[in-house]
Design a binder for this molecule. Structure first.
Ligand SMILES: Cc1cc2nc3c(=O)[nH]c(=O)nc-3n(C[C@H](O)[C@H](O)[C@H](O)COP(=O)(O)OP(=O)(O)OC[C@H]3O[C@@H](n4cnc5c(N)ncnc54)[C@H](O)[C@@H]3O)c2cc1C
Length: 377
């Protein structure tokens, strides 16, 4: 990290704008400097406690250039990406706000993009999103007013033309770095680089790919990407993650659409004494092989429910070459915030109890008209 990647007035404030940059974010700076970028996905909590988000972000401290806040991935409800971004930006973290088109229409999404940019979100990942049938509430009404392509275009229009899709003017545009997802491992393979080209045309400046467990297949994809010159128009971050066991790998392969795990990877996990450790080793090797592929600008680590391994994985790969991404340092205000939070939570715990009921009763009594002749105390 260079000092230039922090606003001296406060880590939660936007960085100085740079010529040729569309955002004021650290991720764009790292990529444009030609450094190998590292991003990681935060597993969103099923909770309204902000501390759950801070704890989950803290495991990445000093190891990643941005944290991805997913948008109900797998069509399962968790804390929203907007909520997570609000919490993390105020602490100075760089975030990638993921936006899926499944749950909100163009009116809601455009408003969210403006709100996010106002909070300091510098990166937006535009997704069509998993269908509702993939999740645990298949009866939910799917929206899909936009798809990834039209969403990319929408955010680009908002930023560059300073207008909503309606044409109405935006007085201060969202200065965001625009991203998309790509899946090099899903047939038809020949079509995948062309789909990436379309996403770049629509506005994608960076992509984060689906999990890579098959490096030769990814090499083929990148060859086509380079032939089309796409790596010069878009930063490509390869998606990776540690598999917890052969059983988990089989389950993912069968149940999660678009994820390709070769038999050889599952056999290697099965033959290992410690499958979790082997899964991590495989992940480290995949990152090391992928970073040698021309056109790969970084890595996106999705260590679902194994987030505590991310630091170790990044360290062992050596991809940062001694560089230390931004790390949140404790401030004197932290203790005060923690204390206040504790107080609020414990106040909440006693709210419906006798103390509150008594206070309400006293207030009502003070306000209520007295019987004639009742002594006034
Ligand atoms: C890095 C990353 C992060 C993601 N985060 C989220 C998230 O936060 N929330 C969420 O809901 N989903 C998320 N997804 C899942 C993703 O939305 C779906 O996998 C989606 O089908 C493909 O990505 P896209 O949204 O960019 O869709 P697009 O590329 O726009 O594709 C749209 C349509 O193309 C077809 N299609 C594309 N890929 C496939 C495939 N592999 N198999 C079958 N049909 C396909 C489908 O009809 C799909 O609806 C993420 C995926 C990746 C790679």
């Amino acid at each position: 990290m260079t000092d230039l990647d922090v606003n001296p007035e406060g880590a939660h404030l936007p960085l100085e704008p740079r010529a040729g940059h569309t955002s004021r974010g650290r991720l764009e700076r790292v990529l444009r400097r030609g450094e190998f970028a590292v991003t990681a996905e935060l597993n969103p909590p099923d909770s309204a406690d902000p501390q759950d988000v801070y704890d989950r972000a803290a495991v990445f401290d000093g190891w990643v250039d941005a944290i991805n806040a997913v948008d109900a991935s797998g069509a399962n409800c968790h804390m929203s990406s907007v909520g997570i971004c609000a919490l993390l930006t105020r602490m100075g973290y760089a975030v990638v706000m993921q936006v899926a088109c499944r749950d909100r229409n163009r009116i809601a999404i455009q408003g969210d993009v403006l709100g996010a940019a106002a909070m300091g979100v510098a990166n937006v990942l535009c997704l069509t999103g998993d269908g509702v049938q993939a999740g645990d509430q298949p009866g939910a009404v799917p929206v899909f007013d936009l798809d990834s392509m039209s969403l990319l275009e929408t955010v680009r229009i908002m930023r560059e033309e300073q207008r909503f899709l309606s044409g109405r003017k935006i007085t201060s545009p969202p200065h965001v770095f625009i991203g998309a997802a790509a899946n090099p491992f899903s047939p038809p393979f020949d079509f995948r680089p062309l789909r990436l080209a379309k996403k770049i045309e629509a506005g994608a400046q960076f992509v984060q790919t689906q999990y890579c467990f098959d490096v030769p297949m990814f090499e083929d994809y990148m060859r086509r990407v380079r032939d089309l010159g796409l790596h010069e128009r878009c930063f490509i971050l390869v998606g990776v993650g540690p598999l917890a066991s052969a059983r988990a790998a089989r389950w993912i392969r069968t149940n999660v659409p678009g994820i390709h795990i070769p038999d050889a990877v599952i056999a290697r996990l099965e033959g290992a004494e410690n499958q979790r450790r082997e899964g991590k080793n495989i992940c480290v090797e995949i990152i090391q092989q992928c970073r040698e592929i021309a056109g790969v600008a970084g890595v996106h680590v999705m260590a679902y429910r194994q987030e505590e391994l991310v630091a170790e994985i990044v360290h062992e790969t050596g991809v940062l070459k001694g560089r230390r991404p931004w790390q949140r340092l404790a401030t004197p205000g932290d203790a005060m915030v923690a204390e206040r939070l504790q107080a609020v939570l414990s106040e909440e715990a006693v709210t419906p109890t006798a103390a509150a009921a008594e206070a309400v009763a006293q207030a009502l009594e003070a306000d209520s008209p007295k019987e004639p002749g009742t002594p006034v105390s």
